[in-house]
Design a protein around this ligand. Structure first.
Ligand code: MCA
Ligand code: AMP
Length: 474
């Protein structure tokens, strides 16, 4: 069973002030499953709510591929995801730009319908993620891959039903949805979703765990966050103190700066464990809960996963803790391909069957990894969100005042990288251009800064030389 239906009864999920116990969640989800059975795929409005939880679980019970749609997406991105995925229905609150039949989701609905468990190779999710160019691609993830990843993480972190999971991450990406919701359901640990990952909300959840004793046993807190969340918690000293009673703090989705890791250790008494992954591979590397912490290192390959480093021409790179190569992975957690894009899928794999992550890393003799950056400047990570420079540039070029555009990620203390747009044009209003992107792509893909320039540095072939742009320190 993908969702661990054998787990003990009791609280399954609380989102904000609303909650469902396991029986009520399964029953509401079964009602959804009954209505969507046989659909090619369903799009789910990814807002942080019980509706989203019920819709996703309903899709998985029915064996219908679930397509989570970012809650902050603009019309163009939403329309692309809905059309490209072949979704037949929209589950959740209606949104502009969606021309699918809408199926409202009611968490208080009950159905006693029981459905057969779909085969492991069935698609569980189609998750949209950015490449360096073009619109987001649909990453096809099987139930087998999801189950393998969650079991390997449970093993690495000694994650059991005695843990209460706390996070406030988006329910439309791997971190918040696969690990943060499906992980909790598979393992059987109640999830307290804080709606937003704000420091005060994590602190309140930490205090609430004390009221969730199970059969007299004390529950322990497992907290997930992206580095921006941990950095904000460190800056908010009182929230950090409330996390002192946690069992484990986990950081992922982007590099955790050493000062943030050290700040957390000082304020909470806990050194966080890091883990690394991608939408395409799910989580592949993690530090174990029972191993000594190594700040700046993301850990070893999970059970069922292998890793290696390769140079520019495919040559092996030494695992000496210093030599840098492209990180390549293979194993049970890998995706089935990009939906409808056989060429892009083929290009993502080496001739001998390893997935090319596009991340530069080092590996030491003990198999620990440190991620040192992306191979391409056109892949940006901001607040843990993956954003392709080309996707933002294409939208900017659609603005009537913009003639040329180059988008880069610049170092940012809060977000890791912030999106900066260099623009050439006539009478550009920077704020209007930012809103133009937010309305079409996603709010989190908007430039945080616009710099107006007379021209962009280009090479003899006319290609923009991003490394020469003023202010870029990459
Ligand atoms: C501001 N806002 C706007 C605009 N400017 N809205 C429309 N147009 C504008 N021009 C509003 C936003 O809607 C929002 O409103 C508010 O301002 C704050 O938005 P923002 O500043 O973007 O948020 P933030 O505080 O900077 O966000 C930081 C964050 C967020 C909370 C850490 O970046 C986040 O949730 N990151 C998680 C990403 C993640 O889960 N990645 C995992 C990928 P309002 O507040 O009203 O909504 S999966 C992955 O990477 C792998 C597999 C892995 O390893 O995990
Ligand atoms: P996404 O597909 O949104 O999951 O983004 C995947 C990318 O996030 C990876 O290719 C890495 O660049 C980055 N990433 C995820 N986890 C980590 C980590 N622990 N340290 C550094 N980068 C990370």
């Amino acid at each position: 069973m993908l969702l661990g239906a054998g787990a003990e009864p009791g609280l399954a999920v609380r989102v904000g002030d609303e909650e469902l116990d396991r029986e009520a969640l399964w029953s509401a989800a079964a009602a959804v499953a009954g209505r969507i059975a046989g659909a090619d795929a369903v799009a789910v409005h990814g807002e942080a709510s019980l509706r989203t939880v019920v819709a996703v679980v309903g899709g998985l019970l029915a064996g219908v591929p679930v397509v989570p749609v970012p809650a902050d997406s603009g019309c163009a991105e939403r329309r692309h995801i809905v059309r490209d995925s072949g979704a037949a229905l929209w589950l959740g609150r209606p949104q502009e730009g969606v021309d699918l039949p809408v199926l409202p989701v009611d968490p208080s609905e009950r159905s006693c319908r029981s459905l057969p468990e779909p085969a492991p190779e069935t698609t569980a999710l189609i998750m949209y993620t950015s490449g360096t160019t073009g619109p987001p691609k649909g990453v096809v993830l099987s139930r087998r891959a999801v189950a393998a990843d969650l079991d390997a993480l449970a093993d690495a972190w000694s994650w059991t039903g005695d843990d209460v999971l706390v996070h406030g991450l988006p329910l439309f990406h791997v971190h918040g949805l696969v690990l943060g919701l499906l992980g909790a359901l598979r393992v059987g640990s109640p999830l307290l979703h804080t709606v937003r990952p704000a420091p005060a909300a994590y602190a309140a959840a930490a205090r609430a765990i004390e009221g969730l004793d199970r059969r007299g046993r004390h529950r322990s807190g497992l907290f997930f966050g992206v580095p921006t969340v941990w950095s904000r918690i460190v800056r908010d000293g009182s929230a950090a103190r409330d996390l002192a009673g946690a069992r484990l703090l986990v950081s992922g989705s982007a590099a955790l700066p050493d000062p943030v890791a050290e700040g957390l250790r000082a304020a909470t008494g806990h050194a966080p464990v890091e883990r690394y992954g991608m939408t395409e591979s799910l989580i592949t590397l993690a530090a174990r809960a029972d191993a000594p912490r190594r700040t700046g290192w993301v850990g070893t390959a999970l059970a069922g996963v292998e890793s290696r480093l390769r140079g520019e021409h495919g040559e092996p790179v030494a695992s000496d803790g210093e030599s840098i190569g492209e990180l390549q992975v293979r194993g049970a957690t890998l995706f089935d391909g990009y939906l409808g894009l056989p060429q892009a899928t083929a290009a993502a794999w080496t001739g001998d069957g390893w997935f090319r992550t596009g991340d530069a890393a080092v590996r030491d003799e003990r198999g620990w990894h440190r991620v040192v950056g992306r191979m391409s400047v056109d892949m940006i990570k901001s607040g843990g969100y993956r954003i392709g420079a080309g996707e933002v540039e294409a939208v900017l070029l659609g603005h009537p005042a913009v003639h040329e555009a180059a988008v880069v990620g610049e170092p940012d203390d809060d977000l890791g990288q912030r999106i900066v747009a260099y623009l050439v044009g006539d009478g550009i209003d920077p704020a209007a251009v930012v809103d133009f992107v937010a309305a079409r792509l996603s709010v989190h893909k908007r430039p945080r800064e616009v710099r107006l320039v007379g021209s962009l540095p280009r090479n003899a072939m006319g290609k923009v030389q991003k490394k020469l742009l003023d202010g870029t320190r990459r």
